[in-house]
Structure formats: structure tokens, C-alpha cells
Write a protein that binds this ligand. Structure first.
Ligand code: UDP
Ligand code: MG
Length: 325
């Protein structure tokens, strides 16, 4: 029998977990596969770890990766993917915005032979400023990136084992999983779905965390910002050349007086601004290179539940299953 795993990152989701687990178990139970749920507890501070421990104790098909602290959504997802071993892996958010009932639609396409099936949000349920920013982000990313990253495809997706293996093999620490998934290529397709509103509570992805993810994505999947600095350099040099020609003309031909202070200040400030931007862009890449060069593990696992054998080789936990955490 084919196997299917669901990876769900959760951070302080005690209000949602019981409902989520019930609906997810129900949806997976309807499919003709052997299944397992892998929750990744991203260093939650509420009762999330206890609830997950209870689920895991009650059902051996529910596994948990407890990270040693909060590493952020993308690394939590990566930690979950590293612990998988099934023929297909479904990725979904833990706030029920990605309805478990959509999973059969993704599976259907996988059975048709697709390697990646991503769920496309037909309509966002967020407030409009966030919606506008998300749309802008996806569009800019698509424009800038040499990889074909589909707009409106977030985490919610199904990946074939071969794709998950590839993603797991990518060693980078700044991980934007939707980008890595697109990078692999192969047969990819989308299925539209109606995105639900968050089941309870406020988003756990703070605006700061979202910003961080957006810059990670842009800088990890595009060299265009770097080139932009070069383009700006050419542009400014071109303008400077024109100014030089006009000054020479005034001096030698028309003999007009020297221009004033304002134009000098403006060009100094303009040039200073451009240089700062260019240095900032370069700094952004150097920071990332430094981060990679340090070679630290991208995440640390505190302990696993119901994950033994091959899966736990992915990363050694700080504590083993006998510990009471
Ligand atoms: N999440 C996480 N670590 C974090 C922040 C969020 O694992 O540091 C999880 C969160 O519990 C949820 C999923 O990521 O299951 C999506 O987060 P959220 O709904 O807050 O973000 P949205 O993408 O809806 O803004
Ligand atoms: Mg959400």
C-alpha cells in the first residue's frame, strides 16, 4: 500500500489543535493509503507540546518533532520534511486555513502522475493591506526570479517522495520552501481551493517574520537586486556624463555663469543615496553568505515522538524518547 504523510508546523496553536487533528485524521482516513501525521512543534510556549504528546500517545500514526526553540515557520516545515519517509508528503498550515478536506484533490493529481501539486488560493481571507502586500510580493518574486515560482501557491501542497528528497538535499539555511519546491521542477500543477479564515486566534507569523520570509525569498531566488546596483551605477554615470557635456558647453561656447549650490547638493545626496542602497544590497548577500559559511544546523530537534529508525537519522535530538519533556 502506498504511504502518505502530512507535515504540519505549529506554533502556539492550543486553541486549534484538537479540531485540526480531528479533521486531519478524518480526511487522511478516507484515503486508501497508510498515513502518518508529523506535527512540528516550533518551540511553542502554550499547551501545544502537551496536546501533541497526548495525540502521539493515543495514536502511533501521529508523530511529533519538537524543535528546541522557535525557529520560524519555514525551518519548522524543513524539519518536518526531513523526518518524512512516505511516497507522498502533504504540507499544510496548522491554523485550518488549509482545509484537510482539500487533500484528496491534491492526491488525485499525484495519482495522475504529477510530482508536485500545489493548492492555489482562489481568494485570500486576510484584511486588505495584507492581501495587497502578499499579491505584490508574489508578483515581484515571480518577475525577479529565474525559477518559475507560481503566484498564490503557498505552503499548502503535495510533493512526491523524489521531490521531498531533493528539497531535503538542498543545504541552504535561509529556506523558502515554496521556492525550493519550484526549483526542483518536474511535473508540477495547481489545484484551486477556497482558503478558509484562521480557525482561532491571531496569525503566528508576525509582520516582522513575514518580512523576513519575503526578503529571504527575494534574495535567495534572485540576483537581480545585485544587478540593479550595477544598472543604477550605469544610469548615474550616464547622467553625470550628460551634465559634464552641458557644463563644458556652457563654459566654452555660451560662457554662462557657474551654476549654484542647490544642484551640487542634490547630486551629492543622490549619489550618496544610490551608493548606500548598493552597499546595502551587497551587504544583504554577504550576510547570507556568512550565514551559510558558518554552517550551523538550520534547526535543532529537542525530541521526537513516534518517529524511529531512518527518520530520526535526519537530525539527532537533544533528548531521546525516554526523556520526559
Ligand atoms: N508557525 C510556525 N512557526 C512560527 C510562526 C508560525 O510554525 O514561528 C505556523 C503556525 O502555527 C501555523 C502556520 O505556521 O500553523 C502558518 O502561520 P500563520 O497562520 O500564523 O501565518 P499566515 O501565513 O496565515 O499569516
Ligand atoms: Mg494562517
Amino acid at each position: 500500500m502506498k504511504t502518505l504523510e502530512a507535515v504540519v508546523p505549529v506554533y502556539n496553536e492550543e486553541a486549534i489543535l484538537p479540531e485540526l487533528n480531528r479533521r486531519l485524521v478524518d480526511a487522511l482516513g478516507r484515503l486508501p493509503y497508510e498515513w502518518r501525521i508529523i506535527y512540528v512543534d516550533d518551540g511553542s510556549r502554550d499547551r501545544t507540546p502537551d496536546l501533541l504528546a497526548d495525540f502521539a500517545a493515543a495514536d502511533s500514526r501521529v508523530a511529533v518533532v519538537h524543535l528546541s526553540r522557535n525557529f520560524g515557520q519555514q525551518l519548522a516545515i524543513s524539519a518536518g520534511l526531513a523526518a518524512t519517509s512516505a511516497d507522498a508528503v502533504v504540507l499544510l498550515d496548522g491554523d485550518l486555513q488549509d482545509p484537510p478536506e482539500v487533500v484528496p484533490l491534491l492526491v488525485e493529481k499525484w495519482e495522475d502522475g504529477y510530482d508536485v501539486v500545489y493548492a492555489l488560493k482562489r481568494e485570500r481571507k486576510e484584511a486588505w493591506p495584507k492581501r495587497v502586500l502578499f499579491n505584490l510580493f508574489y508578483r515581484v518574486l515571480r518577475r525577479l526570479s529565474s525559477v518559475d515560482i507560481p503566484a498564490d501557491a503557498g505552503n499548502f501542497s503535495l510533493m512526491d517522495r523524489s521531490v521531498v528528497d531533493m528539497v531535503n538535499k538542498m543545504p541552504e539555511r535561509d529556506r523558502y520552501v515554496s521556492g525550493l519546491r519550484a526549483y526542483v521542477g518536474g511535473r508540477q500543477t495547481g489545484v484551486e481551493f477556497e482558503r478558509a479564515a484562521r480557525y482561532a486566534g491571531q496569525p503566528r507569523q508576525s509582520p516582522l517574520k513575514l518580512m523576513r520570509m519575503a526578503t529571504d525569498a527575494l534574495f535567495a531566488f534572485s540576483e537581480l537586486p545585485l544587478r540593479l546596483a550595477t544598472f543604477m551605477g550605469f544610469l548615474v554615470s550616464g547622467v553625470a556624463f550628460l551634465v559634464l557635456v552641458s557644463v563644458l558647453y556652457q563654459k566654452l561656447v555660451s560662457g554662462a555663469a557657474i551654476l549654484g549650490w542647490a544642484s551640487t547638493m542634490t547630486s551629492i545626496l543622490f549619489l550618496g543615496g544610490i551608493q548606500l542602497i548598493a552597499v546595502g544590497v551587497i551587504g544583504e548577500y554577504i550576510g547570507r553568505i556568512y550565514n551559510e559559511a558558518k554552517g550551523r544546523p538550520a534547526w535543532v530537534v529537542g525530541r521526537y515522538r513516534n518517529l524511529s529508525g531512518a527518520a530520526t537519522d535526519a537530525a539527532r535530538p537533544l533528548h531521546d524518547e525516554r526523556d520526559s519533556v
